[in-house]
Design a protein around this ligand. Structure first.
Ligand code: SF4
Ligand code: SF4
Length: 339
């Protein structure tokens, strides 16, 4: 269970000082700090564990079960015990897929390949790093609930309270889900790692790239065939673009279960020549334009400003926006003409 104290009947006081888990989460995202220790590989597990290795079905079932039943998939006051996320989508991509080398060019050399991140985990555990072809990445999409999307779609300037809670509690929950799975695998003697909770993870301005992280769940989800990018840079999946994403690397050969479109904008109406740009109209700071698509710097400024707003109004320490992900044709599905 997270150490975050669940607020059931009132707001926390002096949240700038008292929302410790929120602050830790924000600093963790930027600096790769405050994460729980990585689980240790049980190198003797094969001596007594005769169970078959986890396969694709095991991962799909386990992630779906956790999102359906985990006590941390729940909001705080005043929405106590409403779920944060609906049923997820799960996809796989092999560790030696050439797309990871392309990411080095498209995203930047700072973006890790599955092998680079697993090498760190292997060395930490005193074992030989597995070959890239023996690795897979598990990627999942956690759709945001109808209540949250409806609230957000009705807002024009700032994130609504359910969205802010989803942003913070949903991220903590996502990390918990992955940590539990990675720990279970490591106890069974299977190397596994969640790249975004290691000290190597830090979000920052990279030269020539702007704000970015060294492990992009969005790009990993695209690689796993779970969706394609929209004008606002969110991933449009069969459950839309209002979601949170997670991913982790495992030392198992898992078969990809989805076809990845070559066109990285296959599910965006505007990119496919159909009139839309509803996301641009939703943006309160004009960060999305037909000419320049998504301006990350303008967007970042708005998102950063939202920290004060969320703190004052919702008593939690989080930043976010996402207005362009709701009230748009790609909010909850692939737009009809493109299915
Ligand atoms: S709102 Fe329209 S233009 Fe914007 S990402 Fe969605 S489909 Fe594309
Ligand atoms: S997330 Fe960024 S692009 Fe989208 S509405 Fe907010 S400021 Fe605009």
């Amino acid at each position: 269970m997270s150490k975050r104290r669940r607020m059931t009947d009132r707001y926390r006081r002096l949240s700038f000082l008292s929302d410790i888990e929120g602050m830790k989460n924000a600093i963790g995202e930027m600096r790769g700090m405050f994460f729980p220790r990585q689980p240790v590989l049980n190198q003797d597990a094969h001596l007594h564990d005769q169970r078959p290795l986890p396969d694709e079905e095991w991962f799909i079932r386990t992630i779906k079960d956790k999102i359906a039943r985990h006590p941390e998939n729940g909001m705080e006051y005043p929405f106590f015990d409403e779920p944060i996320f609906d049923e997820p989508l799960v996809g796989f991509v092999r560790g030696n897929d050439p797309i990871f080398d392309q990411f080095k060019e498209v995203i930047g050399s700072h973006h890790y390949t599955p092998w680079e991140i697993m090498r760190w985990q292997a060395i930490n555990n005193g074992v030989e790093p597995p070959e890239p072809e023996d690795l897979s990445v598990v990627s999942f999409v956690m759709p945001i609930t109808r209540n949250t999307k409806e609230d957000s779609a009705a807002a024009a300037d700032w994130p609504v309270e359910r969205w802010a809670q989803t942003r913070l509690l949903g991220e903590i929950f996502s990390q918990t889900v992955v940590r539990e799975i990675v720990t279970a695998l490591m106890e069974r003697g299977i190397l596994a790692i969640s790249p975004d909770v290691t000290p190597m993870f830090n979000k920052k301005r990279y030269p020539g790239v702007g704000w970015a992280s060294p492990w992009s769940h969005r790009h990993i989800a695209y690689a796993a065939g779970l969706g394609t990018f929209g004008m606002q840079d969110f991933l449009i999946t069969e459950k839309g673009c209002a979601h949170r994403l997670g991913s982790f690397v495992v030392n198992l050969k898992l078969e990809p279960n989805r076809q990845r479109p070559d066109d990285i904008h296959a599910y965006c109406l505007h990119y496919q020549g159909i009139t839309c740009l509803k996301c641009a109209k939703r943006c309160p700071v004009n960060a999305i334009t037909e000419k320049n698509a998504h301006n990350k710097e303008t967007c970042y400024q708005k998102v950063a400003d939202s920290l004060k707003y969320c703190n004052r109004h919702y008593h939690i320490f989080i930043y976010g926006c996402g207005l362009c992900a709701t009230g748009v044709p790609c909010e909850s599905e692939i737009p009809k003409p493109l299915r």
